[in-house]
Design a protein around this ligand. Structure first.
Ligand code: SAH
Length: 233
């Protein structure tokens, strides 16, 4: 069982989109489960304060390290890895997501306001990951993205085990275009090769399409792909 724990100020945002179709079924099959911890439950004053103004000035509020630490310490074992979703983190990619999918536990801390006191990040086993170069208002929406990308890779979640092997980012290529019925639609047909039944030809057509798309859309991936290809020969 893949156990996900979320530390958040907004527990009512869960399970949210993580409780639909495939993921709901996977929870029922006990492939994964989700536990939500409300950080505010660990505040100690009567107003249940979780944040305060930053020392040195500046706009916004910061999460207090003592309150968040208490939430983490009371729900985790010492040294457990915690992922703090943050724009300052390493950027998530499919390789990282795959590594996470091989673990059995995932502890996620969602920030809010201006973020979290630095000392918390330094005193717990926290790794920061970003879902992209833009700023969200809270870590919760990022956590949907992060969890979604991992759960679909767990064995038994996707119907067809192969479908995750031929996707974008495998071998640093983006996916080739795909077609379904109707064969002719709004004056546009389907590429002949896909109707040919010749599997070798289809495979090489798809590869060349993937290469085209990647070269056009993602020069960064394209460069990596070419380097790896050259190493192989
Ligand atoms: N002041 C911070 C931004 C805080 S945004 C800075 O400039 O770095 C508030 C919270 O939203 C963060 O604590 C984080 O948990 C979440 N968040 C925002 N952007 C994110 C991103 N790109 N990836 C992951 N989490 C993000």
């Amino acid at each position: 069982m893949f156990e996900v724990k979320i530390f958040t100020l907004y527990p009512n945002l869960y399970p949210g989109p993580l409780n639909t179709g495939l993921y709901k079924k996977a929870q029922e099959k006990k492939i994964w489960n989700l536990e939500v911890i409300d950080i505010r439950d660990y505040a100690t004053d009567k107003h249940r304060t979780v944040d305060d103004t930053p020392f040195g000035g500046g706009s916004g509020m910061l999460l207090r390290p003592d309150v968040v630490a208490s939430a983490l310490d009371k729900n985790l074992n010492k040294g457990d890895q915690i992922i703090y979703l943050s724009p300052k983190g390493k950027k998530l990619d499919q390789t990282t997501v795959k590594e996470f999918s091989k673990k059995t536990k995932l502890n996620i801390l969602c920030g809010h306001f201006e973020g979290i006191d630095q000392r918390l990040l330094e005193t717990r086993n926290i790794q920061e990951y970003s879902i992209g170069d833009f700023v969200l208002s809270g870590g919760e929406t990022a956590s949907y993205v992060f969890i979604d990308s991992i759960i679909r890779l767990l064995p038994g979640v996707l119907g067809n085990e192969n479908s995750s092997k031929e996707e974008s980012f495998e071998d640093d290529l983006l996916e080739y275009p795909q077609y379904t019925k109707p064969q002719n639609w709004e004056g546009k047909g389907t590429p002949d090769v896909l109707l040919s039944g010749d599997h070798a030809k289809i495979k090489s057509w798809r590869l060349s399409q993937s290469e085209d798309i990647t070269r056009r859309q993602r020069p960064d991936l394209w460069k990596r792909y070419l380097n790896k290809k050259n190493e192989k020969y």
